[in-house]
Design a protein around this ligand. Structure first.
Ligand code: 3HC
Length: 284
């Protein structure tokens, strides 16, 4: 069984660039593909900033950071991914978009390549139908910020074969991250536990039961969480969380997954959290 030695990431947003950085820091070459030069420019800046932060925090030497940056190729050409042993789809959480991207990937990758999706909530079985040989498709769900969070959920769909799982697990371990295996069910392990907690905090705030600061401090100082739930919602992005809630609710029809009305209004008003400058808090 061959090891994964080269990687391509399709989608150069916050998650895609984080995945690429983790791959490059682990010593593997990685191609990051997005649709236009503007997206490439932003991706390059994001990667530089994150590598510099790793150097400042003593996680990487200057020369290792430079070497990692050199292993990352940014491109707008989909053809450029055709030699990769693993392609990770990391475009926004929109089912139609993800399906069309999976189809495009399937059109260029080599037969032996593993095709993974970083989706938080869309069934892998659906995405796998866009790829010939669905047995080589699985979910690799990274956590944000990818360079820091040491977990990847390995999502096994109905058709995923053992070889795909084994190669992917070894790849995750090579990144220095811990793989945990889960079936293909909305929310996988982590979001199924995390989302009801976050939504309970949003409802608490929506009802005026406590201030946002007290809700956040309750979990930060009382339970040792690095961020309070409302700060974490802002960090993840309310649009992303809304999509995950919808998908969980659609799958299980349980009230704890239903997005609270306030979330819907905040998304409609463009209060998406940190990335748009305001969410539960203002980020100037
Ligand atoms: N590479 C390597 N290390 C880095 C780095 C990088 N690019 N950037 C930061 N770090 C390191 C720092 O050196 C520091 O290490 P230390 O603790 O050993 O000193 C550590 O990461 C924390 O960095 P900072 O001190 O600069 O930043 P903060 O203290 O503000 O922490 C945070 C930021 C890591 C985001 C922390 O607040 C945290 O862990 N928050 C929770 C994040 C979380 O829950 N993520 C999961 C979201 S759910 C998800 O993604 C799933 C999706 O489907 C919804």
């Amino acid at each position: 069984m061959s090891e994964i030695e080269s990687v391509a990431v399709v989608g150069a947003g916050f998650m895609g660039t984080g995945i690429a950085e983790a791959v490059a820091v682990a010593g593997m070459p990685v191609i990051v593909r997005d649709v236009d030069e503007a997206a490439m420019g932003r991706a390059g800046e994001r990667i530089e900033t994150s590598l510099a932060r790793a150097v400042r925090g003593g996680k990487l030497s200057e020369s290792d950071a430079r070497a990692a940056r050199e292993r990352i190729e940014l491109t707008t050409s989909l053809r450029a991914i055709d030699q990769a042993d693993l392609v990770v789809e990391a475009v926004p959480e929109d089912e139609r978009l993800k399906l069309s991207v999976m189809e495009a990937i399937a059109g260029v990758v080599s037969d032996g390549a593993v095709v993974a999706s970083n989706t938080s909530s869309i069934p892998i079985a659906e995405l796998a139908q866009a790829v010939s040989q669905p047995e080589r498709v699985l979910g690799l769900h990274f956590f944000s910020p990818v360079p820091v969070m040491n977990l990847v959920e390995v999502v096994v769909a109905l058709d995923t074969n053992e070889e795909t799982i084994a190669r992917s697990r070894r790849f995750v371990e090579r990144l220095g991250k811990r793989p945990i295996e889960t079936k293909d069910r909305s929310g996988f392990i982590v979001n199924m536990l995390l989302v009801p907690y976050l939504m309970a905090a949003v409802r608490m705030y929506e009802e005026g039961f406590a201030s946002r600061e007290d809700i956040d401090n309750g979990m930060k100082l009382g339970c040792g969480h690095p961020m309070g739930p409302l700060t974490l919602c802002d960090f993840i992005g309310l649009d992303v969380l809304y999509a995950v809630c919808d998908s969980l609710y659609e799958e299980f029809k349980r009230d704890e997954y239903a997005p609270p009305p306030l979330m819907k209004r905040m998304v409609a008003s463009g209060r998406l959290g940190r990335k748009s400058g305001r969410g539960f808090y203002d980020y100037g």
